[in-house]
Every structure is written in structure tokens, then in C-alpha cells.
Design a protein around this ligand. Structure first.
Ligand SMILES: [Zn+2]
Length: 83
């Protein structure tokens, strides 16, 4: 029983260590070679349905399967669609 707990703890530490190393490498890549990571960044860009501006997905406002640059543009689009 104690041996299996020790083994489990060892596995958790190894997984944690590997993920930490992976994250550190990712952050290094972001700082040193921004152009290499460009394709990944472009995939994260979305287009505002209202005004057509491109913005990062995590900044976008989502509604009814559409993306918007702000809640103001979401409301404007929804009001126009309802008419
Ligand atoms: Zn917009």
C-alpha cells in the first residue's frame, strides 16, 4: 500500500515537472521567435460581424454563433436582426 502511494507520488511529480518544462519552453518561444508562431496566432483571430474588424478570439464577444468586437456591436447587430 505504501509502495504504491510512493509510486503514484513519483508519477505526479514527473508529470508536473514535464509540464512545467513544456510551459517554460513555450514562453521562451514567444519571446525569442514571434514570427515562427505567427500561424498559430492567426488562427486565434476572429472577425466582428458588425464592423469587420479582426481581434483575438479571447477578446471577442460571442452571441448566436457570431463574434463581435464589443457588446455594443453585438447589441447593434441583434437589434437589426430582430427587425
Ligand atoms: Zn465591431
Amino acid at each position: 500500500m505504501f509502495r504504491s502511494l510512493l509510486l503514484l507520488a513519483a508519477v505526479i511529480v514527473i508529470v508536473w515537472f514535464v509540464q512545467r518544462q513544456r510551459n517554460a519552453r513555450r514562453q521562451e518561444g514567444r519571446q525569442s521567435s514571434a514570427s515562427d508562431k505567427a500561424p498559430g496566432r492567426i488562427q486565434d483571430m476572429v472577425r466582428c460581424t458588425e464592423c469587420g474588424i479582426h481581434l483575438p478570439e479571447h477578446e471577442a464577444v460571442q452571441a448566436e454563433g457570431k463574434t463581435f468586437c464589443s457588446t455594443a456591436h453585438r447589441d447593434a447587430w441583434q437589434q437589426r436582426e430582430q427587425r
